[in-house]
Structures are given as structure tokens and as C-alpha cells.
Design a protein around this ligand. Structure first.
Ligand code: BES
Ligand code: ZN
Length: 992
């Protein structure tokens, strides 16, 4: 299905909710490995992969998604500096990670060590003097007493800041006497600071930074012709000296930005604009004020020559008229409309759903080309990766449109869940991210008018990535207990599993109960930096229930397993359902299990969805008054992030799945039953033991039924016809052979295509006709039905194009794909066709069509960066024997660059997700990734460490593959100099 194909790859490159590489540990092994890792405090991480959101839609490639993430070392490092620090490694990975000599090097930080600040900043005024090649930043901090004892410690990254002056209450401070700088901290002795609760001091600093040289894209940097900032999590310390932690919430009274008027006509900051005007020498300035207290990670300024679209929104019930404006480089202004509309929808949705209104007079969004993440929720001034903001029908797929809407929603929803109420410390990250992902998922489900479709997509992503993370060496609870580098802490677990944790509150407390909990949470904590425990208390207290048991979800890593067994007693007409749970928690978790019962004889639902509260290790639930035996539909809507298994192998298991695939009233579970049948057939094919089983019959029956489904639920139909992705399949395997897995899945796919060829073709033609008659040309509709039709037709095209054993078949397949490519105006259909064509090989006519389509696509792109990303990506994920050589040639293409994270990921990271080729037995894929990672490390350590993560899962593969991956890792570890970010990743994976 498209969402697990190339689309996910790029979504994965950008988003923490994105794809991860395959996990191949069996559940038992995985759990024990995870437990061991956890005991060693192996907090792991992943990157908010940002780089490129290119929603491709290859229906031919159901790739394994190698989503590089980071893994922390187990012991404190000696490295100095944050991600910027480049250092020469003179020791081996092993030695370096165990040294603890430096006082300023990154240390393992523990949640239990949290202490409040003795002094904090209450108010801030800043001045940015932007000059060519250097920017001067003055800040004036009002310092007040907070709690406890100690000096005032300010963060400031030594590699980024040059301190020009520092004074306290008008008096210049003397280094070594009044203050000291040690590595990345500046300490001012407490004796100089306020001694009473209501006393204040004013600290003034002036620093110089070099945005033009900042290729890391953290702090103040230049993207194309514009200046912008990225401060989460620790970028503000690359802008000025400050207590750069989320519990210091301060009011930014005045942020003045001054720059050349012609080159940077637009000057933006957080909050509302106070004034602006000309300054001598062709310069101008603007002053911004943010009345809400905020932590430094939400700070932002932008300066550039920008175009924009604007509108307004009047909040309900307050009636505040908010000016909305979305900016980009002038040439992209025509692509900003969708983001602007999505913003209005988000504002309305949050009012309708949670009673939450926007609180400033302005909401600005800026699309930036060079951005490490997907998007950032800076107060009143969101910054977006262009890939998540720009769209028009010719350049964006349906998935791009959907993704933009959900990311705009996500960042907007942070205004309450994140900004008004933020995290006390970074261990609580899931408090804002898990909750906000849950909110954006619900928003998208409402906008798509199908929560089943949305749930299928989200659960697929959770299983393909987060389960793998939780089963691997990086496993950690949604609220980790320790970390070394904050950059390494934005994981699928914190985000996606965190969203599942929030969803479980909703399932347990019901819609109204959840809303009451949210209301109380805001009532109690507005304007504060709080913890996950505070959220749990609000949920419990608002509903008058003790849900303290639920807190175990915050401290338990690994995916729990729920086993079920059942029996029907004819005499008492009672059905007994016994559930047991296993997890890494010593005490049982509180797990909501949504269940419905279907009568075995009639197929009718006799018990509608009920939420069972599994609180014990083992519990039996009784359902009485049943007139015949029933079949349970378990874990409806995926009511908890667990693995569900039948306690005893049951001869009728597949028959039951076939029954549920046909009859379940729960849309998600119908899909789920089909997926389980497909999985079983693919594994039998992989093991070569398919002959005796009836699985093929069940699969064909389910597939045939899905093909002939009535109605207009096209997306559900498309997903029902789609086999599980290689990453989801791999998650259930002990050792993964990506080449064999790719082949087995491909064989099942082809045999289904062959068996149903005429019906698939008929359906494809029927849809083509329907789509043509309901509008064509430039009229690309974005309603659920139109999107669903395209989704279904492209899944069918994928099946039709996988039949290519003979010259005739290849010719027919390529002709069909070419026809769709040529006749489509919108990117969704064009790109699907291109992806099919890109994997075609053989006769001259076939190759000629492929090359012509690629050339045409490139020419039509006409330099559009996001379309070119798609062009690079579809070639990187192509299923061709010489794909690596092609990728290597593309590295030399004039449009390729390592400095833009989107472009780099579109080719390099996308290739690592082309699992069967990246994992080619000769190890050339690993060497290539190693080389590219080494090059990128000189430019952007966040990006290089993300790329390096493509190698760290070597334990999941055969000994031979593992050894080759390790070799490539060792080469990186030995590289001098190496960034601390990448070093941390590679060395941690080389540790025993
Ligand atoms: N606050 C994050 C952005 C961020 C992520 C900053 C990682 C620093 C490190 C933002 O709200 C976010 O979560 N963005 C996601 C996309 C979102 C839709 C899940 C991202 O950038 O991947
Ligand atoms: Zn977020």
C-alpha cells in the first residue's frame, strides 16, 4: 500500500513518526535483549528524521525501511561540546566511551537527578544585528531567585559563540573572578546575584555568531537567502548564553532584529510585532514581543526576502481575529495555499474538540529549504521543512497533501500541548510529543472522515518502526530514565508509542472522561513546565478514579504480549475469555482490550465492542446469555500497543482469520485479519513449506473478496489488497535475510496478481473510466473518495506491473505504466507510474520507456527542489540489479548535494531502505553508506549520525552480513576527526 512504500520512506526521513528499519529478533529474544539493554541504561534514540519528506507512491516497492536512529553509548563520553564538537579520536571506540576525564564532556543525565534552578531568567530583551558573514547578538536577562542553592549556570556552546562583553547590573564582569567559562557553560557566582526573593539583577551579554558557516542547521543559520533559527532541543545555546532548559519559562519582552532592507525585507519573531522602521545605511528593523512565558527552545527569528499568502481566523468563543500568514521563497508562493487552509482547519478542530483557542493576534509559518526536522512549533512562528509545507497538484502527491495537513495540525496543537503547558525536563518529552501526535492523529482521522483508514496507517507505522525499536538494543520506556545527548532522544517510542499511551487513557476513560482530564490538565498547569505524572493525575482526578497503575506504561520498555484463550460453555451459555500479559514490568500493566463477539453460526455480532480492563497478570472475563459459540474480535482498533497471540495453537486459527477478514464489524480488525493471513503465506513461502496448508486458499479468498468489495471505501479496499511491508514482516523474524524476504513477498504478490489478473485489470480500467468521467486534467480533487480511488488504482497498477516474467509481460506492464504516466496530470498517479517504470528492466522497448519517463519527469520538474527529491528517490528505491551503481552515479549529478538534508536523504537514506539491495551480500551497500556518512559528518553531524544508524542494526542479520556492517562501522569509528554525534552512534553499536 502506498503509505508503506516510498511515501513512508520519506515521511520516515522527516518524521519521528516515521519508518524504522527491520527488526528481526523473535519476540522472546527481543524482549530479553531489550530488558538487558534497559538494565544497562541503554537509552536509545532516533532522530526526528527529518530530512526529506517526499511522499512517493511506489506501489511496486514495499520496502524495508531502514530508518536510521541513534543509539546512546552506555557510559559517559569524554567528548566535549554538543553535536558541533568535532574531535580527533586517538582511542578506540571502546576506550573513548569509557573515559570520564573531562569535566565538561557530555555526561549521562538521569531523570532522578532533576533539580530546580537556583536562579532563573524571568524576562528577556534581545537585539540581532545581522551583517554579512557575522551576526551580533545582545541579550539582556532579568535574573531572579528561584529555589535551592547554587551559582547561576548559563549554557553557551563554545564552538558557536564568541563572547564580546558581559556585564551585571551595569558592571563589567571579570573572567576568573566574577564568572568562568568551562566548555559549554558560563558560571556566575551566586554572591553577585539577587539575595532576596523579590530582588533582580540584569545580565547583559554580547556575542558574535557566524550563521553563514553554520551547516549543522541548529541555532541561527542561513538557508538559501534567508536567515532562520532552530532551537529545540538545545539550539538556543548556540545563539546566546542562557539557562537553556525547558523549565526556565521567561517572557521575551522585546526581540529586535536589524538587517539590510533590500536583501531581508521580512523580519519575523515570536508573538506580536511591536514596531518596525528604517535604520541608516539601507537597513531596517522590527521589534517583536511575546507576552506568554516560554522556554528557550520555542524561540525563533527569521529574516529574508519572502513571499507569502495570508488570511485571518476569528476564534470561538472569544472572537479574537488572528492574522495568519504562510511564507516561503517568492517562487513557491503558489504552493502555500494548502498549508494555510490546513491551519484554519486545525484552529477550528482544536476549538471544537478540546475547546482550545489560539492566544496571539498573529500566526506565522515559514517554509525553509534546509531544515533538519519536519517542522517546529516556535510560539507564533512555526518553521517548516518545505517538504511539509509546499504543495500543488503537479508537484505533491495525495500523501504530501495529507502529511502537510497533519504536520500543520501537529505544530498548531503544540500551542497548548507543548507551549502553554510544556515539559519540566527533556525526559518528559512524550508529555508534549506523545499527546500532540495523538491529537494530530485524531485530527487527520476526522479530516479524512475515516478513523479506520487512519488507524491502519498509524498502526502499520508503529509496528514497522516502534516495535522494532522496542525489540532492539535501543529499547527504552516512553519516559526514559537517562540520556546522554538530547538530539538522540526524539524516538519512535517517545512519539508513536507515547501517542498510544495517550490513546489508552481515552479508551479507558471514554470521550467525555478524557476531555475532563484535558480540561483539568490545562486548568492546573497553564503557563507551567510539568511532568507526565501531572498529566496522569489530571486524568485520574478529573474522573474521580485511581489510575496510578497506568503509570507503569511510562516506565516499562518493550512491547508487551497479551495471550488469550477462550471456551464456550453450552449449558450456562457463557463464554469465558482468559487473558494473560507479559511485559518488562514486574507488576502488571493496566491494558485496555477492546473486544467484540461474533456468533460462529450466523456471523452476526452478538456482543458489541466492550473495553476489558486487563489489570492482573491473568484474568478471565465472562460473557453470558450467548445462544451459541462465538468468535472473539480482539484488540479492536488496536486498543493497546501490544502483541496479541492465541495461547494455544489452534487448528482453526486461519479459518477464524478468514471469517473475521470477511465478517468483523470493526474495520481495523477486518484489515488486521487479512494481514495475518498474508503474513502466514509469505512466511510459508519463505520457508518453502506451503504445499500442505490451506493458507493459500484463505488468502486467495480474502484477496478476491477485497477485490470485489462494493461501496466507495476505496482506501480500505486498497489497504486490504496490500501485503504487509517487509519491515513489518521482518519484525516477526529472528534473523532477517532481506533478499530472501523480498523475494518471498514478491512471489506471493505475483501469484496473486497472476491468479486475479483479469479482475485486477478490469477494476483498474473501471477506475480509470470513473476517474476520467468525474473530472480530469488539472482538476485534482482531494476528497476522501478521490484520494481512495487513486490509492486503489495505484495498488492495482502495482500488481499489474509485478507480472514481468516474459518479454511480453514486461512489455505490457511497461506500456500500461507509461500510459498512466503520460495521461496523468497529478503527481500521485504520475509518481506511482514512474515508480513502477523505474523498476523495469530487460528488452530495449522496456528500458527506453523507463528512461524516457525518468527524463521527462526530470525535465518537467524544471528545477523544483521537491520534485527533484522525488526523482532521486524513485531511482534509489528501484528494484534493479545495478541500483547501487545508479545511485553512485546520481551522487555525481549536478543537482545532488550533501548539504541539503532533504536531497541527501532522498538518495542516500532512501537507498538504505531498498533493503534487498542495500543488504546485497557483497557488502557494497554498507561501504557506500559508510563513505557518504563520513563525508556528511564534516557538514552536518545530526544528518551524518542519522545516516550512520543505517548500519547499527548489524545484529539482526546473518553473521556474514553482520561482519560486513561492523567493518563499515569500525571505519567510521576510526575516522579522525569525527563528530561527537556520529561517534556516539557508531561506537555504541560496536560495544558488546
Ligand atoms: N518539536 C518537534 C520538532 C523537533 C523534533 C525539534 C526533534 C527538535 C528535535 C515538532 O513538533 C515535531 O514533532 N516535528 C516532527 C513532525 C511531527 C508531525 C511529528 C518532525 O519534525 O519530525
Ligand atoms: Zn511535535
Amino acid at each position: 500500500m502506498k503509505f508503506t512504500t516510498a511515501a513512508m520512506i520519506l515521511a520516515s526521513l522527516v518524521s519521528p513518526t516515521s519508518a524504522f528499519r527491520i527488526a528481526n529478533l523473535g519476540s522472546t529474544t527481543a524482549r530479553s535483549a531489550a530488558t538487558a539493554a534497559y538494565r544497562r541504561r541503554a537509552a536509545s534514540t532516533f532522530l526526528p528524521n527529518s530530512s526529506a519528506a517526499i511522499a512517493a507512491s511506489s506501489s511496486s516497492l514495499q520496502s524495508t525501511y531502514a530508518h536510521p536512529r541513534r543509539q546512546l553509548t552506555m557510559a559517559p563520553l569524554t567528548l566535549r561540546g554538543g553535536c558541533s564538537a568535532l574531535f580527533s579520536s586517538t582511542t578506540t571506540a571502546e576506550e573513548s566511551t569509557t573515559e570520564t576525564t573531562s569535566s565538561s564532556g557530555p555526561k549521562e543525565i538521569f531523570r532522578s537527578d532533576y533539580t530546580a534552578l537556583p536562579f532563573k531568567v524571568s524576562n528577556v530583551s534581545m537585539n540581532f544585528d545581522i551583517r554579512d558573514g557575522e551576526t551580533f547578538i545582545e541579550s539582556e536577562l532579568t535574573i531572579v531567585q528561584n529555589t535551592g542553592e547554587g551559582d547561576l549556570v548559563l549554557d553557551g556552546e563554545a564552538d558557536a559563540l564568541t563572547l564580546l562583553s558581559i556585564s551585571l547590573d551595569g558592571k563589567d564582569l571579570v573572567e576568573g573572578v566574577d564568572y568562568s567559562i568551562d566548555g559549554d557553560t558560563l558560571t556566575i557566582v551566586s554572591s553577585l546575584l539577587p539575595t532576596t526573593a523579590d530582588g533582580t539583577s540584569v545580565l547583559k551579554t554580547k556575542v558574535k555568531v557566524h550563521p553563514e558557516k553554520n551547516t549543522q542547521l541548529s541555532g541561527l543559520y542561513k538557508s538559501g537567502s534567508m536567515y532562520c533559527t532552530q532551537c529545540e532541543a538545545m539550539g538556543f545555546r548556540r545563539i546566546t548564553y542562557y539557562p537553556d532548559r525547558p523549565d526556565n519559562m521567561a517572557i521575551f519582552d522585546s526581540v529586535r532584529i536589524e538587517a539590510d532592507k533590500e536583501a531581508y525585507p521580512v523580519l519575523l519573531g515570536n508573538g506580536n510585532k511591536l514596531e518596525g522602521g528604517d535604520v541608516e545605511g539601507d537597513r531596517h528593523y522590527a521589534v517583536w514581543e511575546d507576552p506568554y512565558p516560554k522556554p528557550s527552545y520555542l524561540f525563533c527569528i527569521v529574516a529574508g526576502k519572502l513571499g507569502s499568502v495570508s488570511s485571518s481566523y476569528t476564534t470561538v468563543p472569544s472572537g479574537r481575529k488572528v492574522h495568519l500568514e504562510v511564507y516561503s521563497e517568492p517562487e513557491n508562493v503558489s504552493k502555500l495555499g494548502h498549508a494555510l487552509e490546513s491551519l484554519k482547519k486545525s484552529m477550528k478542530w482544536d476549538e471544537d474538540t478540546f475547546g482550545l483557542e489560539y492566544d496571539l493576534d498573529v500566526y506565522n509559518v515559514v517554509a525553509v529549504n534546509d531544515f533538519n526536522m519536519g517542522a517546529m512549533e516556535n510560539k507564533g512562528l512555526n518553521v517548516f521543512n518545505t517538504a511539509y509545507c509546499l504543495a500543488d497538484p503537479k508537484s505533491a502527491t495525495d500523501l504530501d497533501y495529507e502529511r502537510i495537513e497533519s504536520v500543520i495540525g501537529h505544530e498548531y496543537f503544540h500551542n497548548w500541548t507543548g507551549n502553554r503547558v510544556t515539559c519540566r525536563d527533556w525526559f518528559q518529552l512524550t508529555l508534549k510529543e506523545g499527546l500532540t501526535v495523538y491529537r494530530d492523529q485524531e485530527f487527520s482521522g476526522d479530516m479524512m472522515q475515516s478513523h479506520a483508514v487512519k488507524r491502519i496507517e498509524d498502526v502499520s507505522s508503529l509496528r514497522g518502526r516502534q516495535f522494532a525499536e522496542d525489540a532492539g538494543p535501543m529499547s527504552h520506556p516512553v519516559r526514559p530514565d537517562s540520556y546522554i545527548s538530547m538530539d538522540n532522544f526524539y524516538t519512535a517510542t517517545v512519539y508513536s508509542k507515547g501517542a498510544e499511551v495517550v490513546r489508552m487513557y481515552r479508551t479507558l476513560l471514554g470521550k467525555d472522561g478524557f476531555r475532563k482530564g484535558m480540561d483539568l490538565y490545562f486548568e492546573r498547569h497553564d503557563g507551567n513546565a510539568v511532568t507526565c505524572d501531572d498529566f496522569l493525575s489530571a486524568m485520574g482526578d478529573a474522573n474521580g478514579v485511581d489510575i496510578s497503575q497506568f503509570s507503569r506504561w511510562y516506565q516499562t520498555n518493550g512491547t508487551p504480549t497479551v495471550k488469550y484463550s477462550s471456551k464456550y460453555d453450552e449449558e450456562s451459555k457463557t463464554y469465558y475469555l482468559t487473558l494473560t500479559q507479559e511485559s518488562n514490568s514486574d507488576e502488571p500493566l493496566l491494558i485496555p482490550i477492546s473486544v467484540g463477539l461474533l456468533d460462529k453460526a450466523s456471523g452476526e455480532e452478538v456482543v458489541a465492542t466492550k473495553v476489558l480492563e486487563l489489570k492482573e497478570k491473568e484474568q478471565t472475563f465472562e460473557f453470558d446469555g450467548l445462544n451459541g459459540d462465538v468468535l472473539p474480535s480482539m484488540l479492536r482498533g488496536f486498543s493497546a500497543p501490544v502483541k496479541l497471540v492465541q495461547a494455544e495453537a489452534d487448528a482453526s486459527e486461519e479459518e477464524d482469520l478468514a471469517f473475521l477478514a470477511a465478517r468483523d464489524t470493526d474495520g481495523f480488525n477486518r484489515w488486521e485479519a487479512g494481514q495475518k493471513l498474508y503474513t502466514s503465506l509469505i512466511f510459508q513461502t519463505l520457508e518453502g513449506n506451503q504445499d500442505e496448508s490451506k493458507t493459500l486458499d484463505y488468502v486467495e479468498e480474502a484477496f478476491g473478496r477485497a477485490l470485489n468489495m462494493d461501496g466507495n471505501d476505496y482506501s480500505i479496499q486498497a489497504y486490504a489488497l496490500t501485503l504487509p511491508s517487509e519491515s513489518t514482516l521482518a519484525e516477526e523474524m529472528t534473523v532477517v535475510d532481506p533478499v530472501a524476504l523480498h523475494k518471498a513477498r514478491g512471489d506471493v504478490r505475483e501469484s496473486l496478481a497472476q491468479k486475479y489478473l483479469s479482475e485486477i485489470r478490469a477494476k483498474y480500467d473501471e477506475l480509470t473510466e470513473t476517474m476520467e468521467s468525474s473530472g480530469s486534467g488539472e482538476d485534482i480533487k482531494l476528497d476522501a473518495t478521490s484520494i481512495g480511488q487513486r490509492r486503489l488504482r495505484n495498488v492495482l497498477l502495482g500488481y499489474l506491473c509485478c507480472i514481468k516474467d516474459t518479454a511480453e509481460e514486461r512489455d505490457a506492464a511497461s506500456e500500461l505504466a507509461m500510459k498512466q504516466f503520460e495521461s496523468s496530470y497529478g503527481m500521485t498517479d504520475r509518481y506511482s507510474a514512474l515508480n513502477c517504470l523505474a523498476s523495469m528492466d530487460g528488452e530495449e522497448s522496456v528500458v527506453a520507456r523507463r528512461d524516457a519517463a525518468l527524463q521527462k519527469f526530470y525535465d518537467d520538474a524544471n528545477g523544483d527542489a521537491l520534485v527533484l527529491n522525488k526523482w532521486f528517490m524513485c531511482q534509489a528505491v528501484a528494484d534493479l540489479p545495478d541500483v547501487l551503481d545508479r545511485v553512485k552515479a546520481l551522487v555525481k549529478h549536478p543537482d545532488f548535494t550533501l548539504t541539503n538534508p532533504n536531497r541527501c536523504s532522498s538518495l542516500i537514506s532512501a537507498f538504505t531502505m531498498n533493503a534487498a539491495h542495500f543488504h546485497a551480500e557483497d557488502g557494497e551497500g554498507y561501504n557506500f553508506l559508510g563513505d557518504m556518512t563520513a563525508q556528511v559528518d564534516k557538514l552536518n553531524p545530526q544528518l551524518s549520525s542519522r545516516m550512520g544508524r543505517g548500519l547499527i542494526q548489524w545484529r539482526k542479520y546473518s553473521e556474514e552480513r553482520g561482519a560486513l556492517m561492523k567493518e563499515a562501522l569500525q571505519e567510521l569509528a576510526d575516522m579522525k576527526p569525527i563528530s561527537s554525534d556520529l561517534f556516539e552512534v557508531v561506537s555504541s553499536s560496536l560495544k558488546e
